[in-house]
Design a protein around this ligand. Structure first.
Ligand code: ASP
Length: 335
């Protein structure tokens, strides 16, 4: 399959729960399709009738800016009816369980339910009890599959080999730095990057590095992932630098580092530390950025930053996912 070609085969999955369930061909299918939607998003009129008559419910029990808005825009640009429900504004705050909430929403016959929840596994639990297609928009520290898909699409566009069917990131060295332990973005990216042929260096203070993380995807990740506790070593010769936020909302008990200043000194990306990577390395962050902690403004806003490209790709990737799951066996996108 070449780039910019609409999906040639039906998507093999009923839900998108994690990258773990996808193989390289599935990932490429989503990214190729997203590339066709990128073109639509650049037009003056950014709407196609592809999902007309379908209903997408965006159910966010955790805060979100980019993911929530991009799922909503994705649904609307595909002409689906999109309804957004946040945890605080739903009957969850009156004591209803998530399963009851979703069963009631299911009774209104949506086609796709996009779920973000602080409990790892919540989307998977719902997928076993609900008819609608479930999309995981981030569950606890488990997975954030659409983030990893948009990250791989961004890396492929800047650094990869778009003609390769399943190894489009082969030979790339990707450093992921930050609170790996609490990061669903890191977990989904490790799985996705390794499936596409990249090598991954994970870097964090020992208190933020889960033991055995390199085994997360079995042989595929064990052979491709290395663990580092020194930023300079992790960045040496890297092609891609992905910085992560400290997940303060998931920390309980004693702090995992002395203070922001100390964390930033040893693990922050600055003009000095970025110089260890290749001169043309790209710099990524899933957002929200804590400026001055994991990343200095001059790097976040510098020439090599592709952080806003990631956001742009986010809409196209979510259009592709909604299309593949929502239109089920429909025709190709009417571009
Ligand atoms: N937005 C990403 C997430 O929801 C990363 C972050 O919040 O730090 O996991």
């Amino acid at each position: 399959m070449t780039m910019n070609q609409p999906a040639q085969r039906p998507f093999r999955h009923r839900h998108l729960l994690g990258i773990r369930e996808l193989d390289a061909a599935d990932i490429i299918q989503v990214i190729d399709l997203a590339d066709t939607f990128m073109a639509i998003n650049e037009r003056a009129i950014k709407k196609v009738p592809t999902l007309r008559g379908r209903t997408v419910l965006n159910l966010f029990f955790e805060n979100s800016t980019r993911t929530r808005v991009s799922f909503e825009l994705a649904a609307k640009r595909m002409s689906a009816d999109a309804v957004n429900i946040s945890g605080g504004g739903s009957s969850r705050s009156k004591g209803e369980t998530i399963l009851d909430t979703v069963r009631n929403l299911q009774a209104m016959n949506p086609d796709v339910i996009v779920v973000r929840h602080s409990s790892s596994g919540a989307p998977e639990m719902l997928s076993r009890r609900i008819d609608a297609a479930i999309v995981n928009a981030g569950d606890g520290t488990h997975e954030h599959p659409t983030q990893a898909l948009l990250d791989c699409a961004t890396i492929r566009r800047h650094k990869g080999d778009p003609t390769s069917v399943d190894n489009c990131l082969r030979g790339l060295e990707v450093a992921i730095v930050g609170d790996i332990d609490h990061s669903r973005v890191a977990r989904s990216n490790v799985l996705a990057l390794c499936k596409l042929g990249a090598r991954v260096r994970l870097c964090a203070p020992a208190t933020m590095m889960p033991f055995g993380i390199e085994h997360i995807g079995g042989d595929e990740t064990r052979e491709r992932v290395t663990v580092h506790h020194r930023l300079e070593t992790a960045l040496e010769g890297a092609d891609v630098i992905m910085m992560l936020r400290i997940q303060n909302e998931r920390l309980s008990g004693p702090s995992l580092f002395a203070n922001n200043r100390e964390y930033s000194r040893y693990f922050g990306l600055s003009t000095r530390t970025v110089s260890y990577a290749k001169p043309d390395a790209i710099i990524m962050h899933p957002g929200p950025i804590n400026r001055g902690v994991e990343m200095m403004p001059e790097v976040a806003d510098g020439d090599r930053s592709v952080i806003l490209d990631q956001v742009t790709y986010g809409v196209a990737i979510r259009m592709a996912v909604l299309y593949l799951l929502g239109a089920a066996h429909g025709t190709g996108p009417e571009a």
